[in-house]
Design a protein around this ligand. Structure first.
Ligand SMILES: [Zn+2]
Length: 440
């Protein structure tokens, strides 16, 4: 801890050639051990005829085929419980963290003792990035236990000498009690839960001015970088709100925004980030949106070589105004490649619907995108379900304005259904935005 603007001045402001040299050394170490010690990776290398020594630059890694979650699942089913890509020996294992299973059978991942140390340290860095300092009271409303972010931020808050309220993603009333007393100064949770806490705060008649909370970082799902969502969280809680991102297979809290709020900074000394065009399999140009593909440079227990995250983002290596040189994804995670909705020939993502819905003062923060089948016409129907705040104008006029707003953003007009506040279920974890009831 430097005690100044940066958590680790040398690493965070390293010039790109030096950073890439460090990445290359670590990549060679990782490729070699995976090739020698993991039959799973060995088979993949042999299929393509590539050997670790053939990869002589960071760009050449594109010749190694990406690993998908489905492949990890199949490998673990064939070789239970961890598959044959567990490289560190059993005696070095520290923690088990399966994926949430929201998209199928959970995939098990393991952190070695050294991985736990690295994760704690890079998370301390990402928390420092958005302004967490020793003495802060960190209300950790990320889910604890098997889920990754509760643990990583807890370790990091300890490393930063903060006072932690380890409440987890539960008990909304007590979340508010702790915001009042001891008076948490940093809140960590999903953006949907932050909005829910803000909503309850208002319902209890507590002004954001009456709580000492000053910043929060929100991950587990996208949305924090949607301007209207960020504004709602900031106003509702009286804070500066920052974006956070991580994923089970790679690790928690691997990127956060800095105080410039200029996109997610990656911990590039631990993870090699690529953005790949899903149609061509080639690298996207800087600023172009594609699928994030990640390679562990330091992970010991279960290393991933080119993990296909399915998450969409862009990447820039332009130096940030904060002085950090590590690459950023401006605008954060834009959605999941398989969340893309194709409706009447147009393609769009839930985050675009969120952008529109959250810009209407008459609407609550909740929304759903319902997909059904019109059996007579044999077509899909896409309905955006929203909640209208009580006594805020005529519902019909609002519906037609909302349709117009959605058309401008999505280039197609969905149906709109306006319901009273409280009709849609609130979540303390990740919000489910798409309800697919189509007849397959
Ligand atoms: Zn920055």
């Amino acid at each position: 801890m430097e005690g100044g603007k940066y958590f680790d001045l040398k690493i965070e402001t390293m010039d790109r050639p030096a950073l890439e040299k460090l990445q290359m050394e670590r990549l060679q170490w990782q490729l070699k051990r995976c090739y020698e010690e993991s039959p799973f990776y060995q088979e993949r290398f042999k299929k393509t005829g590539i050997k670790p020594e053939n990869i002589r630059s960071l760009d050449e890694i594109v010749h190694i085929p990406p690993v998908t979650k489905q492949e990890l699942r199949e490998e673990q089913l064939a070789h239970p419980p961890f598959g044959r890509y567990t490289v560190a020996p059993r005696k070095d294992w520290a923690e088990l963290h399966p994926s949430t299973g929201t998209t199928g059978v959970p995939v098990n991942t393991i952190w070695s003792h050294r991985d736990v140390k690295n994760i704690g340290s890079w998370t301390a860095r990402t928390m420092w990035n958005f302004g967490t300092r020793p003495g802060d009271i960190v209300q950790n409303a990320f889910s604890y236990g098997l889920w990754i972010a509760g643990m990583s931020t807890h370790y990091a808050a300890q490393e930063l000498k903060c006072f932690v309220v380890p409440i987890g993603a539960t008990m909304t009333e007590r979340q508010i009690d702790y915001l009042l007393n001891p008076g948490s100064t940093v809140l960590l949770c999903t953006p949907s839960y932050a909005l829910h806490i803000a909503e309850r705060l208002a319902q209890r008649g507590i002004s954001p001015k009456d709580i000492p909370l000053r910043r929060g970082c929100f991950g587990g799902e996208g949305g924090t970088e949607v301007p209207a969502t960020r504004e709602k969280i900031e106003k509702g809680l009286g804070i500066d709100a920052f974006d956070y991102y991580g994923l089970t297979e790679i690790g928690p809290t691997v990127s956060s925004e800095c105080e410039e709020k200029a996109g997610l900074h990656w911990v590039e000394d631990h993870i090699l980030i690529e953005v790949i065009d899903p149609d061509t399999g080639e690298r996207s140009k800087p600023g172009e949106v594609g699928v994030l593909v990640m390679t562990h440079l330091t992970k010991e227990a279960i290393p991933m070589i080119r993990y296909w995250t399915n998450d969409l983002a862009s990447l820039t290596t332009e130096k940030c105004a904060c002085g950090r040189t590590h690459a950023r994804s401006i605008g954060g995670i834009l959605g999941r490649a398989d969340d893309m909705i194709i409706y009447k020939g147009a393609k769009f993502y839930p985050v675009q619907v969120e952008k529109v819905v959250r810009s209407y003062r008459e609407l609550s923060d909740e929304f759903r995108i319902e997909l059904t089948t019109d059996e007579k016409r044999r077509t899909d129907i896409c309905t955006v379900v929203v909640e209208q705040m009580a006594e805020r104008g005529d519902a019909e006029i609002l519906a037609s304005r909302l349709k117009k707003g959605l058309k401008e953003e999505l280039l197609v007009t969905p149906e709109v259904s306006i319901k009273p506040v409280g009709s849609l279920e609130r979540t303390t974890f990740k919000a489910k935005r798409i309800v697919d009831n189509r007849k397959k």
